[in-house]
Design a protein around this ligand. Structure first.
Ligand code: CP
Ligand code: NVA
Length: 308
């Protein structure tokens, strides 16, 4: 029986666990492409709790769980007692008595931590204000598919010091690569919030072009994340020079990849010719959410003992 393991931030797993997940994701993806059934999670149920909007996270978890033989329950804040102030601890106690696994997309990281502390089953972070570990899991799997190991490589982060940036920084410490990070003034990353062990795996640049120099991967995200909509106009002004365009891609390595977790705003954080251009792997990245999360769900529920 697997002991209770949550996935609340990228640092919850070590390099060996990630090596296992990337290997399993590749195998599970290959089976999916061949229409080969793989149902290790028959009779298992995943509860998905969304306190924010989603397209990819919803579809990838829901389709993935059904493909593995399990089923899902979909909850939103408005449609459940969460929106009527039932304590998160009570919700955790109740929901985790009826399902095998819980995925939550919410606001503060403290909220998912409180849920996990009162849950009988593994809890997965489907995005919080601070982190988006499932996305970086899929992004690194996508990098490996295209370019091999990410160890020693350089990832340029251009834009907001947000949940995606924090998670890239954690991943760099665990998988031993470097992040060049450039954010507008006032939107820097906070190493305490990102829960970093040291500053060894990242370098801060004022000029986004400098951050892109020599990068193996250039990546960005929306200027205004969910929950920060009131700041939208101020952010549009502050971020005007943090648009990944063909000049920034030209500063990176000739074979650099471009990634974006999506949804994207062409003409804001990325130009259309970059996101729709030959270096962009955003559609693989989106698809890989499902394969990587299937590997994650298998790992959290069954451990590493799969026969096939
Ligand atoms: N990238 C991502 O998490 O997308 P959704 O918000 O559509 O789930
Ligand atoms: N940083 C974005 C990611 C969306 C998938 C947000 O939190 O809204």
């Amino acid at each position: 029986m697997k002991s209770l393991q949550h996935y609340l931030q990228f640092s919850d797993l070590d390099a060996a666990a990630y090596a296992h997940l990337f290997e399993r994701a590749a195998l599970i993806k290959a089976k999916f492409k061949k229409y080969e059934k793989y149902q290790p999670l028959i009779d298992r149920t995943l509860a998905m709790i969304f306190e924010k909007a989603s397209t990819r996270t919803r579809v990838s978890f829901e389709a993935g769980m059904y493909q593995m033989g399990g089923s899902v329950v979909h909850l939103t804040t408005e449609g459940s007692q969460l929106g009527r102030s039932e304590p998160i601890e009570d919700s955790a106690r109740v929901i985790s008595r009826m399902v095998d696994l819980v995925m939550i997309r919410t606001f503060e990281q403290t909220k998912i931590e409180a849920f996990a502390a009162h849950s009988r089953v593994p809890v997965i972070n489907g995005l919080t204000n601070e982190f988006h570990p499932c996305q970086i899991l899929a992004d690194i799997f996508t990098f490996i598919e295209h370019r091999g190991s990410i160890k020693g490589k350089t990832v340029a982060w251009v834009g907001d010091g947000n949940n995606m940036a924090n998670t890239w920084l954690q991943a760099a410490e665990i998988l031993d690569f470097n992040v060049h990070i450039s954010t507008p003034s006032g939107y820097e990353i906070d190493a305490v919030v990102a829960n970093l062990k040291s500053s060894k795996h990242y370098k801060v640049f004022t000029d986004p072009m400098e951050a892109c120099k020599g990068a193996d991967l250039v990546t960005t995200d929306v200027w205004t994340s969910m929950g920060f909509e009131a700041e939208n106009e101020a952010r549009k002004k502050a971020f005007a020079d943090w648009c990944v365009d063909s000049d920034m891609m030209a500063a990176a390595k000739a074979d650099a990849l471009f990634m974006h977790c999506l949804p994207a705003h062409r003409g804001e954080e990325v130009s259309a010719d970059v996101i729709d251009g030959p270096q962009s792997v955003v559609w693989d990245e989106a698809e890989n959410r499902m394969h990587a999360q299937k590997a994650l769900m298998e790992y959290l529920l069954l451990g590493t003992t799969q026969a096939n």
